[in-house]
Write a protein that binds this ligand. Structure first.
Ligand code: CTP
Ligand code: MG
Length: 229
């Protein structure tokens, strides 16, 4: 299975002056943990890191230090995540019929989650890892007044990996460009095109490292895993 890793953000909410994926947790840059998990997932055979060229030297050094056995390619990122993924799709080898897409910033996803998604995408056109939400979610108007309370049984928090049939996702991205759709994940494009997206059970620990607090939580989880292994 081919894996695209969007890693071309600037990490504004992390408050760092550089790509947050280069920040260290437990003695490795964030992106290194993501790559190690993909390397350890036997169903992943190829990785494409979508990133900005001014980070490429750092990424190349990280890749070389990890001594990965799987092929890794660097693909030029875009100004939005959506654009980055679009670039990634166009850079996939023609042999890739299905693809998994996983945020570089979700460095705590386990190899088991990659393997389960890689297996499941062989049997459906689209999927995402997700977990049931624990909080009650409110729909709130801009004036701060609650509009409604959706039934929690139907609410899931979307994660990555997200997996798709490559040709269908390419068509959805092209339609998104034509229609000017702006979405935060690929499943949303797929849904807008009327395509079915299935849920795969995600992981509570599969956080997207977004703010400085998330760094501390990731540090704790990785340390605990190291002590347990
Ligand atoms: N991403 C990307 N290309 C972009 C923007 C984001 O590939 N133009 C990637 C990020 O590198 C990250 C993932 O998409 O791995 C999820 O995005 P997010 O967590 O929002 O990261 P940033 O955009 O870097 O952070 P922020 O929104 O706080 O600036
Ligand atoms: Mg962002």
């Amino acid at each position: 299975m081919h894996l695209l890793i969007p890693s071309a953000g600037s990490g504004k909410r992390m408050g760092s002056h550089r790509n947050k994926l280069l920040l260290m947790v437990q003695s490795h840059p964030i992106i290194a943990w993501t790559l190690l998990a993909a390397e350890a997932a036997e169903k992943i055979e190829w990785m494409g890191i979508i990133s900005q060229p001014n980070d490429w030297q750092d990424f190349k050094t990280i890749i070389a230090n990890l001594k990965l056995t799987k092929p890794v390619e660097l693909i030029q990122g875009g100004t939005t995540r959506q654009e980055s993924v679009h670039n990634g799709l166009l850079a996939l080898p023609s042999s890739a019929k299905q693809v998994l897409i996983h945020d570089g910033a979700r460095c705590l996803a386990t190899p088991d989650l990659f393997n389960r998604c890689a297996e499941a995408i062989r049997h459906c056109p689209g999927l995402i890892a997700a977990v049931p939400v624990k909080d009650t979610i409110k729909v709130v108007a801009t004036n701060g007044i609650i509009q409604s309370t959706p039934n929690r049984e139907q609410l899931w928090a979307a994660q990555t990996p997200q997996g798709f049939d490559v040709n269908l996702l390419k068509q959805c991205h092209a339609e998104g460009v034509r229609q000017g759709w702006e979405v935060t994940d690929d499943a949303a494009l797929f849904e807008k095109c009327g395509m079915e997206v299935r849920i795969v059970q995600g992981e509570e620990t599969n956080l997207k490292l977004t703010t400085p607090q998330d760094l501390a939580i990731a540090e704790f989880i990785l340390k605990t895993r190291q002590q347990e292994s």
